[in-house]
Write a protein that binds this ligand. Structure first.
Ligand code: GLU
Length: 377
């Protein structure tokens, strides 16, 4: 029987599915085509139901090292990066092929963890992903291993997938792994180990259960799954940890396969507001007219047309205060232009932005998703 909570977690607007190397790549480095085909079928089914899907996939290094004949146990960072660069092409093709059979367009998105943090690159990464989703494309994300500056760790994609899910306000992150969830002990060694279907909060006891198990081709083990769950649930995304080794892992889940569900601790919207309020130092002020002030209260974005003054030196992606004509701070938000460009387009209607800047930028100076009204919940 499918648990109601699991059914609801899959019945969402946006779903991020994370796929570990161990599922996708045979120990000898070949891509498990049949498995991928079956996954693509599952994804196509969800896509037809109108859900927006994002895949975060590992496997580039596992595939690339075989192609390069780097079978040795431990690779140096540069070798891993080289292997990833070679393997990523194969990986992307394999997804494109499999999803393409169902008429789905895929996009290769390579991110670093830093790209999912604040500021400029975050805004760009999110805007691109939003556009892809709007166009019905399935972004296939991996870490941009070529530019990774520290040791690439298996399990980084667990965290990356959590960041991506939070960045996109996805309701659910599905971590497909080689175990069907969290157990009270190591199920391979301890016959008494019990499966835990539901985790309301990640306590030290829960952490102790995770231990440090890792599989052969390389998953991050349970610990990195918990870290991902921590990031995701704090950002308003529910996490399902399920076994993905069999064919049609999503179908299995939808028909009652066991999993562990980590409940979101907040909603994506609330988490985002908290993030804007708590983390970012205000670098400038945008003074707006009455009309814009009223529009903000109604939940609109801040357009350049309503701005009468731009104060401070800020970069795109910095936090700014939005100030009303009476000098009262109305809102705090993340600005989509740097101070210089903001000054150039202040007072401008959207169609004029391009002529002023010489490029077609965003219509909003601060998008409503990036605004928190003050003095309101
Ligand atoms: N980005 C690495 C790869 O594609 C994997 C990282 C991970 O397994 O978490 O091989």
């Amino acid at each position: 029987m499918v648990r109601e909570e699991v059914r609801r977690a899959l019945d969402v607007r946006r779903l991020v599915v994370k796929i570990g190397s161990a599922l996708l790549v045979e120990p000898d480095g070949r891509i498990r085509r049949r498995w991928l085909e079956a996954l693509a079928e599952d994804l196509a089914e969800l896509h037809r139901e109108g859900r927006k899907l994002v895949v975060v996939t590992s496997g580039a290094i596992a595939v690339g090292r075989r192609l390069l004949g780097l079978a040795r146990e431990r690779l140096r960072l540069e070798e891993k990066q080289a292997a990833a660069a070679v393997g990523q092409i194969r990986l992307a093709h394999a997804y494109d092929d499999s999803l393409g059979r169902h008429g789905l367009a895929t996009a290769q998105v390579l991110l670093t963890l830093a790209d999912t943090e604040a500021r400029r690159r975050y805004l760009n990464a999110r805007a691109t992903m939003e556009t892809l989703l709007r166009l019905g494309v399935v972004p296939v994300v991996n870490e941009n291993d070529t530019v990774a500056t520290s040791e690439i760790r298996f399990g980084d994609n667990d965290r990356l997938s959590a960041r991506v899910a939070v960045m996109l306000g996805a309701e659910t992150l599905l971590l497909l792994s080689d175990v069907d969830g969290l157990y009270t002990g190591d199920p391979l060694r301890d016959p008494e180990a019990r499966h835990i279907p539901e985790v309301a909060s990640i306590t030290p006891e829960i952490r102790a259960m995770a231990g440090g198990s890792a599989s052969e081709v390389g998953t991050g083990g349970m610990r990195s799954k918990l870290e991902a769950a921590e990031i995701a649930t704090g950002g308003g995304t529910t996490v399902l940890l399920a076994r993905g080794t069999g064919l049609h892992p999503l179908r299995a889940l939808r028909t009652g396969a066991p999993c562990t569900r980590f409940a979101a601790r907040t909603t994506p919207k609330r988490a985002r507001k908290q993030w804007i309020l708590a983390r970012l130092e205000v670098r400038g002020r945008l003074v707006v007219d009455e009309g814009a002030a009223a529009a903000l209260q109604r939940g609109s974005s801040l357009l350049p047309a309503g701005v009468v003054a731009v104060e401070g030196a800020f970069e795109k992606g910095d936090a700014v205060a939005v100030v009303g004509p009476d000098g009262r701070v109305l809102a705090k938000g993340i600005v989509a232009y740097d101070a210089e460009d903001a000054r150039r387009i202040q007072g401008c209607r959207s169609p004029e932005i391009e002529a002023r800047l010489g490029f077609r930028g965003r219509d909003e100076l601060v998008h409503r998703d990036d605004l928190v009204l003050l003095g309101r919940g």
